[in-house]
Design a protein around this ligand. Structure first.
Ligand code: ZN
Length: 174
């Protein structure tokens, strides 16, 4: 297992629509393991393949937050929403590709999702609370969409300018 570098916005690879995973190969299994390790290390509750530069439809998440609770690592391959509640909720979101920037995003309160697991089996589950927010945020990544794309243009441009500055500072330091 190894940590993979996380791309920071703005990056053209974060704006691409990702391709479906055609087959669960050893490379896909290794990618999923690395993504989980990278997500826990960050730390974060979700990470999508394009955030580590792989333009394929796959994300990982674990939204267990309770102290001492067992982790619940999930790998969702070719995920799709099969149902979304009419009721919406606003949560403050962040993103490992947009460090230390947070904003409220309104999304359906609950979603039902269908995906393929690492064994190639079809899975379906309902998510709510933080799990629903995270699952929708990560699915957006696979369509080249970031949480700041849900904000107004002024807020989005402000955050993007901060990220350009951050990347410049990191490049200078590195
Ligand atoms: Zn994100």
């Amino acid at each position: 297992m190894s940590l993979r570098p996380i791309l920071i916005h703005p990056d053209p690879r974060l704006k691409k629509v990702c391709a479906p995973v055609a087959e669960i190969t050893p490379e896909i299994r290794a990618l999923a393991r690395d993504m989980l390790e990278t997500m826990y290390d960050a730390p974060g509750v979700g990470l999508a393949a394009p955030q580590v530069g792989v333009l394929q439809r796959l994300f990982v998440m674990d939204c267990v937050k309770e102290e001492g609770a067992d982790p619940r690592p999930m790998v969702l391959i070719n995920p799709e929403i099969t149902w979304a509640s009419e009721e919406t909720a606003a949560y403050e979101e962040g993103c490992l590709s947009i460090p230390e920037q947070y904003a409220e995003v309104r999304r359906p309160l609950q979603v039902q999702m269908r995906w393929t697991d690492l064994e190639g089996a079809t899975q379906e589950a309902a998510f709510d609370g933080l799990w629903a927010t995270c699952a929708q945020h990560e699915l957006d990544h696979l369509d080249g969409k970031l949480f700041i794309d849900h904000l107004g243009p002024i807020k989005r441009q402000l955050i993007t300018r901060r990220m350009v500055k951050l990347k410049r500072e990191r490049a200078r330091a590195g």
